[in-house]
Design a protein around this ligand. Sequence first.
Ligand code: HEC
Length: 492
Amino acid sequence: MKRIISVLIVFLSIMFSCKHEIVVTTTVPQNLLYTPSVSTIIAGTAGNSVTPSINNGGGTIGYSISGTGVTGISINSKTGVISWSTVLATGTYNITVTAANSVGSTATTYTLNVNSGLTAPLNLTYAPSGTTIVFGTSGSSATPSINTGGSTISYSLTGTIPAGVSINNSTGVISWSSAVAVGTYPLTITASNSMGSTTTTYTLTITKTATVVAPSSFSYSPSNSSVTQGVAGSSATPTINNGLGTITYTLTGTIPAGISISGTTGIISWNTTVNTGTYALSVQATNSAGSVSATYSLTVNAAATNGTVCFSTQILPLYTTYCAISGCHNSGSRASGVELDTYATIMNGINANNPNSSKYYTVIGGKMPPRSSGQMTTTQIALIAQWINEGATNSACTTSTCDTTQYTYTNGISALFANNCNGCHGVAPGSGNVVLSDYTSAMTAGTTLKANFLNAVNYSSATTAMNMPPTGQLTACQVTQITKWLNAGCPQ
Ligand code: HEC
């Protein structure tokens, strides 16, 4: 019994000393801290904070949320862990947490950001990011990949949109029609949602076909031309399907002199030297893949009237002075039935455009005029041939080559005599003993017979038979030329 009492005393002594120490060490809690003190969450998501740290001051802590409570936010009163449920609306919640023990309390703030969870779209990507296609081919891109940011995306093309290119607003697939022109198009695509937008580019390249095909559908319209000789001209530009190649045009076969073609345009040209006739031209159009031909018919007609040679002032005087001489081929004599003093009678022996079958041409320089008579020069004979080739028309020229300032024998007068007088006055002794085919003889006649000579060419002689030339008076210009020459003393 005594031993039990002793033990009890010791126990009580220990109890007494311990109780005395606890009472004096409890303090106000400090340093309430959540790490982190912010949570950002997406609406509809439940969760909770970390457990806060605290200096409990030696007492037992009770946690609470102060202020107006928010439905959906709660706190564990023993641990201080804040919890939120799925019902929270988007917004920022600043939660004041109070931690208290038996002697006091401390507070801190916890921030809860509840957002929609949506972002602007990101990472819009087309793979591949472009394509190269042949002109005339429709097609479309792959569907792009994108981070939608959580909401519906609308796609659009921005910037310059080539004709024939479009985009599917909901899928982002870019389409192009067969009509999109050749070129390189950097397309800008914008993808938007309620939060914002993002862009990327897609490069569409339309090329000519790599495979050139032979040209086709080659023609000239009109495919023929009827033109006048001596007048340059050209065809219309031909039409052709170039097969997407570069065309070179050439004339094939025998190419008449004076006709040419533009290698790049296909335009056929003719110059003033092309002979009369009808030319069936063959044109070949060639590209790297082949060729195609077209024909063009060119008819070159002799000048209808008023060719370069004038009948009345250049040809008729030759026939009248060298052939239509009294006793020979004038209207009164008609030797061998040939009369060569009018257009109509001269044409009895002329075939237009064909000197070689024109009897009144071929005979000149051969049998006629007789050797004893004045002879035409080769230039005069060639002039008759040219007149026949030009159509042998009865042309009366308005322009004259006569020039009254030219009245020396060498310059003007000798040619005038050769064309109008020398058929009768070319060979000595000459009609009326007058020779005009060389300077000395002409000057002698011009000085010794000056008065008669003036009357003869001015058609003022005492008798009409003395007027020269007998077939009709020279032009006023020619009369003036001879008059000046005589009055000036017949200069050489
Ligand atoms: C168709 C032939 C013929 C042609 C052409 C001709 N004559 Fe004569 N000419 C004669 C004859 C014939 C006589 C002589 C007349 C007479 O004596 O009755 C003559 C005489 C003359 C006389 C001399 C007059 C005189 O009084 O002696 C002169 C001058 C003359 N001619 C100048 C010309 C001139 C100039 C031309 C050219 C513009 C020309 N003739 C063209 C046939 C021609």
